[in-house]
Design a protein around this ligand. Structure first.
Ligand SMILES: Cc1ncc(C[n+]2csc(CCOP(=O)(O)OP(=O)(O)O)c2C)c(N)n1
Ligand SMILES: [Mg+2]
Length: 650
């Protein structure tokens, strides 16, 4: 091994060991074992310019095994990202070096990783985004979009279902520029992987249409280099299983004891002797900084400049494409509510159908809108334009996920993180449970993924309780930073989409009906954006309020009439978004839902999320039934008469 490589790899190892010791918390095992492969990747291959960390055509690198965050921080510090040695000294304190990598928090971090399986699945999304945009914009001699997506993952990542879903899809789609380095150390938290795992990685990956290679010695940087070069040539996604020793060099090497606890001062001194490391904690030899400056920073700078020159020529030769690319990257939003298809008041339209129509329209206005469903396109109507995205048709904007909801969520996030695209996914609402970890991460990362869900209540009917959401609305509404939009009709559906597509930092879940519902008097964007508004006012005096969302708004309006006939003058408030309503000032909130006015919240789902607005909730806190929808709805008392009676009973 070249002297400088040796020195650099040990710098990474000791930055990890010492920062983790100082924090008295962290995962040194992976840092010690995987430092060589990470070093090879950065110094030989990674095309990124640390000074311009958001350069659009950079290679993406994802540390899917996010518990190895100190490896990423070490690499990014040496490479010249905005991450000082002081930041590393504050590992796991409030600051730039949190326990697991956090997107938007630390320069050079491409995604939030740590929940195992998510990072590698995000990477599949990034690789899809790259190849889609490349096919759209590249011209002979002008590969303006041309980068790899690299991943380091561990044993745990590859045990997760979400990763397997994503890997399977990546192989099917032939994402050749996705390269995974697998830190294969046969150890995980609880002990040896063979406690719970005996798959044959080679057979598994090959059967999923991946290019598989093995490097038997994780310290053999020439073998790793060769393998990555070979992987780059494959038109299949590649995995390189690199056999490593967890906690390399320490007396705990090869055991799970070094997975997730600091090795301590004593063992760190021993390690200094074993690895012949005369330097103090956080002392990095100047030659290592110089080496990274030459190999990563300067190489990246040259690639970046070359790309800028290419883009300048591209702009001259292909001004239209160049302008479109610019608009994609800058996320421009040209649409207003009136531009979208109109739905006549009084007509019966399922909000999933309205959503499908709106989406078709938006796909025309936004040539960068891409997405698809998890084998439910016909049901969710969440379908992208320009045909199916496939190995043969990279321009297709409809992604067939198969029945892989969880990966769909993570891949959606990955495409959004890549940039240049607006991305949606579609599934049955009840199966949002299968996607929850990815939805949560979208919210945590503050990225504008759009999750479309249809079949929102017991009105699903015959498919019965397995398919009838109950607690899902409450469950999603409590995710901080996620806007759950439950439109009351076709026009609110339009507004929901418009809101979602204009976001830069907020993910949306748009919750839609399967059944036809009445189109209500037109909503304005202004009132919709307030989260709740009076959709049908009281006539003279305010005897009470019926507060509802989704299909129950129409029902509340019918119940309002029943109550009127009984001499009660009530207001109906539609609340498509708790999230947006919470953002309004007290005065507005009070004007819509005055205190001390009898208020009944109505929703065909868990009562949980309504108690902050009223003590009186007409909800469903048990599972549904299998029967025709009219029968089910009646059985649960969601008729205008029953609702009116419930109001009177309050
Ligand atoms: C979804 C999820 N489940 C559990 C954990 C907790 N956890 C973190 S690392 C780890 C073991 C992972 O093993 P491996 O990937 O082989 O890492 P190594 O021990 O080799 O560093 C576990 C269970 C997690 N981060 N994410
Ligand atoms: Mg392991």
């Amino acid at each position: 091994m070249e002297h400088l490589d040796h020195l650099s790899i040990n710098s990474l190892r000791f930055l990890g060991v010492d920062a983790i010791n100082k924090a008295n918390s962290g995962h040194p095992g992976i840092v010690l074992g995987a430092a060589p492969m990470a070093h090879v990747l950065y110094t030989r291959f990674l095309k990124a310019f640390p000074k311009k960390s958001n350069w659009f055509n950079r290679d993406r690198f994802i540390l899917s095994a996010g518990h190895g965050s100190m490896l990423l921080y070490g690499l990014n510090h040496l490479s010249g990202y905005q991450l000082t040695i002081e930041d590393l000294k504050h590992f796991r304190q409030i600051g730039k070096t949190p326990g697991h990598p956090e997107y938007g928090h630390t320069d050079g971090v491409e995604t939030t990783s740590g929940p195992l399986g998510q990072g590698i699945s995000n990477a599949v999304g990034m690789a899809i985004a790259e190849t889609h945009l490349a096919s759209q914009f590249n011209k002979p001699g002008y590969d303006v979009i041309d980068h790899h997506t690299y991943v380091i993952c561990g044993d745990g990542d590859l045990q997760e279902g979400v990763a397997l879903e994503a890997i399977s899809l990546a192989g099917h789609l032939g994402l050749g520029k996705l390269i995974v380095l697998f830190d294969s150390n046969d150890i995980q938290l609880d002990g040896k992987t063979d406690l719970a795992f005996s798959d044959d990685h080679k057979k598994k990956f090959e059967s999923m249409n991946w290019h598989y290679q093995k490097v038997s010695d994780g310290n053999d940087i020439n073998a790793i280099t060769k393998a990555i070069k070979k992987a780059q040539k494959s038109d299949q996604p590649s995995v390189i299983e690199v056999k490593t020793v967890i906690g390399y060099g320490t007396s705990l090497a090869g055991t799970s004891n070094v997975h997730g606890s600091p090795i301590g001062e004593e063992k760190a001194s021993e390690l200094r002797k074993t690895l012949d490391w005369p330097y103090k904690p956080f002392e990095v030899p100047e030659d290592v900084y110089k080496y990274y400056k030459t190999k990563v920073y300067n190489r990246g700078s040259r690639s970046y400049r070359k790309w800028l020159n290419m883009i300048t020529e591209y702009q001259e030769k292909y001004p239209t494409e160049a302008e479109t690319l610019r608009a994609f990257i800058q996320e421009q939003n040209p649409v207003e509510l009136n531009d979208l298809p109109s739905f006549e008041v009084g007509t019966m339209v399922a909000t999933r159908s309205a959503s499908g129509k709106v989406l078709d329209h938006l796909s025309k206005v936004y040539p960068n809108l891409i997405g698809g469903s998890a084998d439910l396109t016909a049901s969710t109507k969440a379908k992208g334009a320009d045909g199916h995205f496939s190995k043969e048709n990279r321009l297709g904007r409809n992604i067939n996920y198969g029945v892989r909801e969880h990966a769909m969520g993570a891949i959606t996030n990955g495409m959004v993180l890549h940039g240049g695209l607006k991305v949606f996914s579609g599934a049955f609402f009840v199966f949002s449970d299968y996607m929850k970890p990815a939805i949560r991460l979208a919210a945590l990362m503050q990225i504008p993924s759009i999750f479309v869900f249809s079949h929102d209540t017991i009105a699903v009917g015959e498919d019965g309780p397995t398919h009838e959401p109950i607690e899902q609305l409450a469950g999603l509404r409590v995710i901080p930073g996620l806007n759950v939009l439950r439109p009351a009709d076709a026009n609110e559906t339009k507004a929901a989409w418009l809101w979602a597509i204009k976001q830069h930092k907020t993910p949306s879940a748009i919750i839609l009906t399967r059944q036809n519902i009445k189109t209500l008097p037109c909503v304005s964007m202004e009132t919709f954006e307030k989260g709740a508004y009076t959709v049908s006012p009281e006539t003279n005096r305010l005897d009470g309020i019926l507060l509802a969302a989704g299909s129950e708004v129409g029902l509340a309006i019918e119940a309002q009439q029943v109550l009127k006939d009984m001499g009660k003058d009530v207001r109906v408030v539609s609340m498509p978004s708790h999230y947006l309503f919470e953002k309004q000032d007290k005065a507005y909130q009070q004007s819509v839902l005055p205190e001390h006015v009898k208020t009944l919240a109505i929703e065909m789902g868990s009562s949980q999320s309504w108690y902050k607005y009223t003590r009186n909730v007409y909800g469903i806190d048990r599972y549904g039934l299998s029967a025709p929808l009219e029968v089910v709805i009646k059985a649960f008392g969601f008729t205008k008469e029953k609702v009116a009676q419930a109001f009177l009973n309050v």
